[in-house]
Each structure stands twice: as C-alpha cells, then as structure tokens.
Design a protein around this ligand. Sequence first.
Ligand code: COA
Ligand code: AMP
Length: 633
Amino acid sequence: MSYLSEYQDSINNPDKYWQNHAEKIHWFKFPESILSKSKQGHYRWFEGGELNTCYLALDQHVLRGRGDQLALIYDSPVTNSKRSFTYNELLEQVSHFAGVLANLGIEKGDRVVIYMPMVPEAVIAMLASARLGAIHSVVFGGFASNELAIRIDDAKPKIIISSTCGIEFKNIIPYKPLLDAAIESALHKPDHTIILKRPQENCELIDGRDHDWEDCMSQASRHNIVPVKSTDPLYILYTSGTTGKPKGIVRDNGGHAVSLNYSMDAIYDISPGDVYWAASDVGWVVGHSYIVYAPLIRGCTTILFEGKPVRTPDPGSFWRVIEEYNVKTFFTAPTAFRAIKKEDADGKFIEKYNLSTLESVFLAGERLDPPTYKWLSDLLDCPVIDHWWQTETGWPICSNMLGTELKKIKMGSATVPVPGFDVQILNKHGRRVKSSETGSIVIKLPLPPGCLPTLWNDNERYESSYLSSFPGYYLTGDGGYIDNDGYVFVMGRTDDVINVAGHRLSTGEMEELIGSHRAVAECAVVGVADQLKGQVPAGFVVLKDGFSLQNEDLVTDLIMIIRNNIGAVANFKQIAILKRLPKTRSGKILRKSIRALADQGQTEIPSTIDDPTVIEEIKLVLKKLQIGMAFHN
Ligand code: COA
Ligand code: AMP
C-alpha cells in the first residue's frame, strides 16, 4: 500500500475511499450514502446503513469458524489470576448478559453506565449493551463519586453496572460506597444497578435496586442481536474539557466499526488470529478502541491486563505478558515506560524474556519524549511508534503506518496524517503557516469516519468547542508544527487540558473546585512538567484576607478537595500560596508564564502584565517548594 496515494485518495475522494473500506465489514443493510450532511449541517458517515457492533466483534467470527480461537485473555497479577475466553465462550457470556439487561428493561437507545475495574465483566457489559443497541458510558474506575455523579446526570442511565472493588497495586479500592454516594448526589436515579462481587471485597445490596451479577446471569437466557442504524450511538465517553463539566463524546456505530477495522490493517498491520495488546484501561478511549472493539472486530486475541508496568510484581510485567501470550503488537502510554525505565534503566528485565513475536510497539496518550523513545528503541528489536490521537477521534490522527511502505521515524514526531485526516497548522488569524512554523493543529472537515459526530445532549458545545474557532476546520486543542517532509510534531495542548500519567484532566475543573473553598480568593492551576507522569497539576492560590498558612490544614484541605471530587489520579499535591497572581492589565491570569517559570525557571515578561514584580515572587515560591522541573536540582 502506498501511503501517499492512499492519503491523496482519502482526501480527494472521501466517498469512494470510505465506500471501499465500508465494504470490508458486515452490514445488515449497506449504507444508502457514504458521506452526507445532517439537518444541522454536520457531516455524517454511512447514513441508511444497518449493522450491530457486537455482531461484528463476536457473532461473525463464530459464524465464520473462528469460535474456538481465543478472543479475550484476562491476566491479573494483582489478584494472581488468569482467565481466557474463546469467541464461542465470550459470545455465550455476552448474549446472556444482554438477556440480563433486557430482563431489567434495557432497550435500544437506553443508556448503560459501566463503572468497573479491569475485569472481563467490564468488556462483557460493553458488548452486551452494544448487542441490544443500548448506549454504554464507561466511567474510569479511578474517578471519585462526584465525577461519576456528573456523568450519571448527563447520560441519565437506566442501569449502572459496577463491582465491589478495584485493586491498585496491593490496595483494595471499594467501589460500592463510591457508587452509592454518586447515586445519592446525582439528580437522576437509575432504576437498577448490577454489582459484580469480587472475592476481595463484599458489599450490601439495596433491595429492589441492586442486583448481583451472578444471580442475574443464572436467571437470564441468551439475547439476540438488535440491528441499529449506522448513525446510532454506540457509546458516550466523557472526557475533560476546559470547564468542570466533562464533554460527552458520542461515537456512532457505523463510522466506528469501519475506521477501527481499517486502522488494524493500515496502521497496525494486524490480521485475524494475531495477538494484540493495549495496556490501557477500559475507562479510556484507548481501552474502548484497542482493548475491546478493534481487536475483536478484526478477529484477533486481545488482552485485558489488570496490573501495572511496575510493582505487579516488578518492571518485567509487560515483557512477561508479551512472551506468555505471543503478543504481536503492543500499545501503551509513554509514562508507563518511564516508570519501567526508572526501575530497570539497563533493561535487565527485558533480557529475561523471549520477545521474538513482538513486531511493533505503539505509544499514545502524550508525546513520546525523545529520551524514552531512545531508551526503548535501543532495547527492543522492533519499531517503536509514536501516534497521536484523542478521545474525540477514537483512532489515530497521525501515525507511522505499518500497513504502508512508510518506515522513517523522526524522534518527537507522530509521523504523518493518517488517510482521512487533513491535518493543517493555522495561525491565530486562521491562515496556514509555513512549514516548521508553530500554530494550532486543525483538521479540515470532513473528519473521517469514527470521529465524534456531536457531544451528548450538547450540540451547541460541540460547535463552540470544535468548529467555531476556524470555520471549516475541527480544532484539535493541540499546538505544533509540520516539517518540510510533512511530519507532524504535536507539542502540547493550547487549552486548559493536561495529561497526567496518561490521564486527561482539566485544570479549569480543578480551579473551579479550589475556588469553592471558603479561604480562597482566587487561584490558577497549571500543568507543570514531571519526569515520570509527563505533567502534574500545581495550584497557585491567593487567600482571602483573614486566612493564612498558619492554618496548617489549609493545604491538606485543598489537596483533598481535588482527591475527593476528581480522584487520586489527578495527582494534585503541589500548592503555592501567593500574594497575587500574575495578570494582564485586563485581568487575565497569565497561566502560561507560571508554567514557563516552573518548567524552565524563566519566562518572557509579557508586555501586558500589570505588575512585573510578581514574577520574582513566584520564582522564589517555586524554588522554595521545589515545584516544577526547573527547581529540582
Ligand atoms: N482506580 C482507583 N485509583 C486509581 C486508579 C484506578 N483505576 N488508577 C490510579 N489510581 C490512583 C492510584 O492508586 C494513585 O493513588 P495514590 O495517590 O493513593 O497512590 C493515584 O491514583 C495516582 O495514580 P497514577 O498517576 O496512575 O500513579 P501510580 O504511581 O499509581 O502509577 C503509572 C504510575 C505510570 C504506573 C501509571 O500511571 C500507569 O500505568 N499509567 C499508564 C496510564 C495509561 O495506560 N493510560 C492510557 C493511555 S494509552
Ligand atoms: P485523550 O483524549 O485522553 O486521548 O487525550 C488526547 C490528548 O492527549 C491530545 O489532544 C494530546 O494533547 C495528547 N496526546 C495523545 N497522544 C499524543 C501523542 N502521540 N503526541 C502528543 N500528544 C498526544
């Protein structure tokens, strides 16, 4: 496959290009049109088509004789257990669980919230929801109950599926109290919950509302496929935006299936029967696309790993899994390799394992920093590939594509745009910049199949967040440049979104929460560089008169507000109390200057600043508290 001709075809004739790829999946009714526009003027893919994503992920493989092949391997060092499911077995479980959901009144279009750890039942619940044409919304298990409540109120699920606990390294995290608290505080109340009881933790069930997973399964019978329209939503996945309210990214069935199937071939060079492993979490988009849907639609064996790159039990856990299951393609976040590198800098654990089946390692979630790329590619015998994407797109925007002749890798670049994505760099006036000049990274419309068609219940926000800054273009929220060879360098967000250990979070939301404390007059939260986690949030707080740091509990209080409302994953541990924040004369907080001070120890003093002396004050505080990379030595 020639990358250039594929790419040009996809941009010059998207209808024909995606019709070809749509023909590669099974439709109950082939689409009447390939690319069309909705009443609101938004592009739509494959209108008039009918299919079912669960059918593509399971039934079709069983019908085609792949039933005895392993579909899902669950490997859980934190519980010291392993289970595996053939396509036959997974279909059996999923169609039974679809029967459970149907018994509890779930129908096409109903929402099903899934708040679960990395257990096979999470995958079963997702596929069962898809089987009925219901819309699932998986909430990452690391989120606190407040985040769950926000999602319950927005998605308005009829049912929530959860578990008694998650396990983080050796810690049991009880989920049921979090679930109960979320339902208590949400305005919307689900009719039912289904709780998977794990041996590590028990819980009380509320009569009439809560049901035990095993009991439900023993009473249900198999439920058949419910065909859905191509444009019907398969799932809603909430992701951080710039405010306290997360964005409900909608994923349709048809575009999603076509794009993921295409990506397995063109990007990952994966065939049916291959073993594909994404070490992520089902609560994130990588988990949706590349633990669950893409590998199964493609007929591969996928791995669900309930463990960490380190300390479960050692920095060899990834290599152990790759050897044990003959993994061909491995996908994770750079932060995971930085954690391994910290504990096994010489790669001694790599030497212990036979990695001969491993043909490629893909990374995403944040930019693959050159030191981590070098470390990894020196130790491994296969390509190490950075690729860039977002919850919104659901699959890679830029990548080195193994299914093409592309080979050249440039450190720090996510390589080139994937067919379908017309990536451009615009300056603030909306004009294209010269090559190697930095600007906003945008994608000329239409976006290819699989990308978000709207936000759940908020088309206005969809338009204002993504489409209105530069009419005719989708705003990615990332900044960067394209070099002379067309290689794209994604250098970081241009908004209030940060990426902490591969988890996407909003500093705007943190500011709203800290600002709600009675002692806080105003605050700024910025993401500062961190050697292990990529970025961590740091809070800069101005107290109201009458409050001071003499009150020792204040900093702890502020830390706990974020931990209790967003979750421990926010890694919010650093707070500096300032007399004032740096601002422009019109009152805008200069967050960029604070970040530059933390990361580089200096900043250009903006001409618009109202009081330049505040910069020196911040430098002193950052140094004293050792906040930011610049002040660590
Ligand atoms: N449920 C509950 N709590 C969770 C959680 C979950 N699913 N995930 C993380 N947490 C908690 C952790 O236990 C920790 O709590 P603590 O402050 O009490 O110790 C806190 O959130 C911070 O977690 P994290 O930032 O993940 O740090 P860590 O030291 O526990 O682990 C890594 C560091 C690098 C090993 C881990 O972040 C990792 O594997 N990251 C990769 C993420 C990823 O795959 N992202 C998907 C993109 S492809
Ligand atoms: P998420 O929606 O959680 O997948 O996060 C998407 C954001 O993560 C992007 O907008 C980028 O800021 C960042 N990101 C993901 N992958 C990469 C990458 N390969 N290079 C640079 N940034 C990345």
